[in-house]
Design a binder for this molecule. Structure first.
Ligand SMILES: *Cc1c(COP(=O)(O)O)cnc(C)c1O
Length: 364
């Protein structure tokens, strides 16, 4: 290994395991290599002997795990001569598509449900100069339209139905095994379109099978736990949901595109799906921020809400090692954060030393 290696993104890092050739022009913003943070205070608070790690994907370049898929999808789109990409999005895919398209010098068209995407996601997608098309319909409708229009216009779809998205996203599982030296017992994540749960499972399976240099006994395959918002829980209902509703807009999806693939993950891994209310999701988001200093967006906290529930019932037993994917950054959704903290308004005082001193001493 060279002494100094600048990290240049997940494609370079896991090149031999990804569908690129030596001449492929790689479109990267340095995504991946996100921290795996062990929770210290929450396990103590709940009084359980469990190791919980959070994979903080909110620290990717555009603030969500979508960057992992997008670096691969845009790299391949450019390699195949595409001049434009398109996606339907609940916000994060549009931000990632827009950023990687600019980087590559191609156009990005994004279809978003009007009024249903978080402010930060809209702002960043505008800044990245994408062509934003708002529809008065939900994500599922946007997705159907994108699939139809891609047959009529020269655009490459970069939703997770694009298999290169899954290839990029599987590297998150590689990173976890590289850091822990083994796979966790349980891997918990929020499920919307179900591309990510599919990608992690692919990653775990591939890496444990032929990763060189790993110890002989490697726990390569976790049990996969997919958690949904109660108002958008087709995997729990066992049927598509026509009018999904949840505060966690990133997973406000009723017709998941990776339906069969995700059921396969559940069966192969021995895992399960479950659903949690908006109140439970928001409580988990606040708990992470207020006890661990980790600020994720509402949808992301669904993974912790689920893990905590299943730990409390013993479905996830004590002694387990658990990884929760935190899919996106909390600052993406400032409106929800302000609502969460409506009772914690900043105090306003005189700009004097005495008043500042009093404000400190009164609150010690
Ligand atoms: C996209 C997204 C999800 C859902 O991932 P799927 O692959 O669609 O299941 C969850 N959380 C956040 C923050 C997302 O952006």
């Amino acid at each position: 290994m060279p002494q100094h290696t600048r990290y240049t993104g997940l494609i370079e890092h896991y090149r031999s395991r990804l569908p690129v050739s030596p001449t492929t022009r790689i479109i990267s913003l340095g995504e991946g290599n996100t921290p795996l943070i062990q929770l210290e205070n929450i396990p103590r608070l709940i009084g359980k002997d469990v190791k919980i790690y959070v994979k903080f994907e909110g620290l990717n370049p555009t603030g969500s795990f979508k960057d992992r898929g997008m670096t691969m999808a845009v790299t391949k789109a450019v390699e195949q001569g595409s001049q434009a990409i398109i996606c339907a999005s609940t916000g994060n895919t549009s931000a990632a598509a827009a950023a990687y398209a600019v980087r590559a010098g191609i156009k990005a068209f994004v279809l978003i449900p009007e009024g249903k995407i978080a402010l930060g996601k809209l702002a960043q997608t505008l800044m990245y100069d994408a062509k934003i098309i708002q529809i008065n319909g939900n994500f599922d409708r946007g997705m159907a339209l994108v699939k139809e229009v891609a047959d009529l216009a020269p655009v490459t779809i970069v939703n997770s139905i694009n298999p290169f998205r899954i290839e990029g996203q599987k590297t998150a599982a590689f990173e976890i095994i590289d850091e822990l030296g083994f796979a966790p017992d349980y891997h918990c994540l929020p499920v919307g379109n179900a591309g990510n749960i599919t990608a992690y499972w692919k990653g775990y399976k591939e890496y444990s099978t032929y990763a060189p240099g790993l110890p002989a006994v490697v726990r390569g395959r976790p049990i996969m736990c997919g958690y949904q918002a109660a108002g958008a829980a087709p995997f729990v209902e066992g049927a598509m949901v026509d009018n999904p509703e949840t505060v966690a807009t990133a997973i406000r999806i009723g017709h998941p595109q990776s339906w069969d693939l995700a059921w396969n993950v559940q069966k192969e891994s021995g895992g399960w799906f479950d659903k949690f209310t908006d109140e439970q999701i928001l409580a988990a988001q606040k708990m992470l921020s207020q006890h661990e200093g980790v600020f994720c967006e509402p949808a992301s906290a669904t993974s912790l809400a689920g893990a905590l529930h299943d730990i409390s019932t013993g479905k996830i037993p004590e002694g387990s090692t658990i990884v929760c994917t935190l899919t996106g950054n909390g600052i993406k959704d400032p409106d929800i954060a302000m609502q969460q903290c409506a009772d914690a308004k900043p105090v306003t005082i005189d700009a004097s030393l005495d008043a500042v001193k009093r404000a400190i001493l009164d609150n010690m």
